[in-house]
Ligand binder design. Structure first.
Ligand SMILES: [Zn+2]
Length: 294
């Protein structure tokens, strides 16, 4: 019952994007890089499997109505960014409890998780204590589900997304109780809020940049890889290849006009850099990575 309730609320949260006033809040901590990082190794990124989301009817993913009746299966990826001065974990997947629950069906979604973030860190010879920073593209359930596992990291968060999740006036976020429980897992973490861009390690190789619209403080990630060159991770600015080709915006979206502007800015950045774009839910983008970006 607990699990059913969790997904019921999580799926509801996905469809009812939370919103809150965009008022500033105090930055509570400034992160210091920690010494556990694999010093000396060049920038590389391990791709983590943070769940699978099968969708029986894609209509919710295009406000234009042209996806109605189609089905699809989304990957749900997290990215372990190894920099000589620390490790950033980008996105936090679906709730870890789903590993034990098995595939759970709710409305149009069937959500599953094969291995938790902690499980996969172990496979890479790491523990949660090795993670310097975490950042989320946005606060929907499939991107924040395992914050409970990385409590020692410093959370780098866009100010507007922080204000959505933890309103500065102390009010309760405008979403379900179980979604709020996922938000609450972030409250005890050290955090550093930003707006615009966040150059994570100060050398321009790992830069979080704002792409608002899907949620108030949605962000994407720019990487400058030693072998692969410039790469942009979309977050959920796009959910699938067709979304990017056709500029399709989901029905569950904070501000469609803002999303369209973010898409234009993102594409200008991608063209300027000559970047490869990876849509995090798109198997056609994720599978060819073979689990590692160098
Ligand atoms: Zn998502």
């Amino acid at each position: 019952m607990r699990l059913v309730l969790l997904l019921t609320c999580a799926a509801s949260a996905l469809l009812l994007a939370a919103c809150a006033p965009e008022t500033p809040a105090a930055v509570e901590a400034v992160a210091e890089p920690v010494a556990e990082a694999p010093a000396g190794k060049p920038l590389h990124v391990a791709v983590l499997d943070c769940g699978t989301i099968a969708i029986s009817n894609l209509d919710a993913f295009s406000s234009s109505g042209d996806y109605a009746g189609q089905a699809d299966e989304f990957t749900n990826t997290c990215y372990l960014v190894h920099h000589p001065n620390g490790i950033l974990l980008w996105d936090l997947g679906v709730p870890g409890i789903l590993k034990e629950a098995g595939p759970v069906v709710q409305d149009i979604f069937t959500v599953s998780l094969n291995a938790t973030i902690t499980d996969q860190l172990t496979e890479h010879g790491l523990t949660p204590a090795n993670i310097t920073y975490v950042a989320i593209s946005h606060s929907h359930f499939d991107h924040i589900g395992q914050a409970d596992q990385v409590q020692g990291a410093t959370w780098l968060v866009h100010q507007a997304e922080l204000d959505t999740m933890i309103p500065p006036d102390g009010s309760v976020p405008q979403t379900t109780a179980d979604q709020i429980a996922l938000f609450n897992a972030f409250k005890s973490m050290k955090r550093e809020a930003f707006a615009g861009e966040k150059d994570v390690f100060g050398d321009g190789s790992v830069v979080i940049f704002e792409t608002p619209g899907h949620t108030p403080g949605h962000t994407s990630l720019q990487l400058k890889m030693p072998e692969s060159g410039p790469i942009l991770l979309t977050g959920d600015l796009y959910h699938r290849s067709e979304s990017r080709a056709l500029n399709r915006v989901p029905r569950f979206n904070f501000d469609e006009e803002q999303t369209m502007a973010s898409m234009a800015a993102f594409e200008a950045r991608a063209a300027d850099l000559g970047a490869r774009v990876i849509i995090q839910h798109e198997p056609a983008d994720v599978t060819p990575l073979g689990g590692m970006i160098r």
